[in-house]
Write a new protein. Sequence first.
Length: 451
Amino acid sequence: MRGQLLRLRRLHSALSAAPLGRPAAVALTSELGDRSRASWRRPTLLLGGLGIGLSLLAAAHASPTQCEAPAVESRYETDDDDATTGLSVPLDGERFATIDVPSRATRFSCATYKANFPIEDRYDVQLFPDGDVFALVLDGHGGWQVSEYGRKSLIQNVRKEVQHLQPKTKAHNPQDGEPETPELSRHHIASAIQRGFTRTDRDLMAQVSAAFQLGFGAVGRCGSCALMVYVRGTTLHVANAGDIRAVLGRKPAASSSWIGGGSSASQPLLAVPLSQDQNAMAKNEQERLRREHPGEDNVVVCRRPDSCYVKGALQPTRALGDFALKYSEFNGPPYVQGDRSAGRHIAAPYSPPYITAVPEVRTHELHTDDQFVIIGSDGVWDFLSNEEAVEVVREQLEKGTPELAGRALVERTLRRAAERYGISYLDLLSLPAGSHRRRRHDDTTAVVVFF
């Protein structure tokens, strides 16, 4: 224990010596730590579409497949009463910036902390001169590669699909007749977002297909959940494929003072869910799968009420990747002496697709009472309720430290994890990344966008 404490103190000293204050850029994304970057740079065989396929394979073999699935600059210390060491969590990524484009979104705070080694979560925030703001969280399973691919591709693909609508929407102006109705506009944008997700998934499949055909089966069972928040004018579009969650923090209707000012600063905020978890535990998803795949008793396999899997293989019912559950050509051959290297084999009855990359898209018209939206990977919601998460961010606003909102959410999550397993917070932080830490909590990522 003494050795663990000394190691954490040395790490904290090293972090404290790091320079602060990176300038904000128009596009701000998460960064990988040195070891993760080294993993990405390892030599790969580039034969047509094999490049990404073999990169996917490399790390999939480096760590066990999981179907629950960054160096940081920081001097912040926690002020919680039980943090006797003065140490805050050594994050794997942290960003805060003011949004300097004409948007209802004003600033954002991001933080991420790994359980898996390497971390499988990713996040991204991108701002555009026309005022569009995108915030994205991805939660990988079976490896980090699909979430990394989504981080690099998803926002750009959605943006392209939305831009294709511009000539149509510009034609609807007062000179040309009646403007397009808000409902129709939201419908068009939702469809464009869904096409962007589908395009990303299709492009990924094209790149890994050749590798799978050569017997590199790991590429067929690697995937990622994704949730994107798109701020366009006064409308918030939330696209969810999986069990990442978005929650809005809103002032009660009776309150008239902006958060952080006046007596209303200490009032609790309302927690408004903006997404629905899409996994095999959801009754509506179970019913849909059984309706679409009649006669397949194992289309949903529940080990416990809170632990259900599609075809016994995957919890999310929407995700990027996971092609073995989407296309028959990615169903591996029957195992020979337990050898699964040629891909996951799903025995008959088998009638894909079982899952989809098409997100559920919800829209919300922003109101002056809306303070912020939290996007959290399921590592956050394993331990925090919607209400507690909103309260954590409200406390940072009240303190005048919105830049710490993402960090505060991660730290509260880890403290709740320590409490659940009956260990100290320091002991939890001392666990090495990988299987030891993963038994206590998942990769944990929080992005907060303020209005």
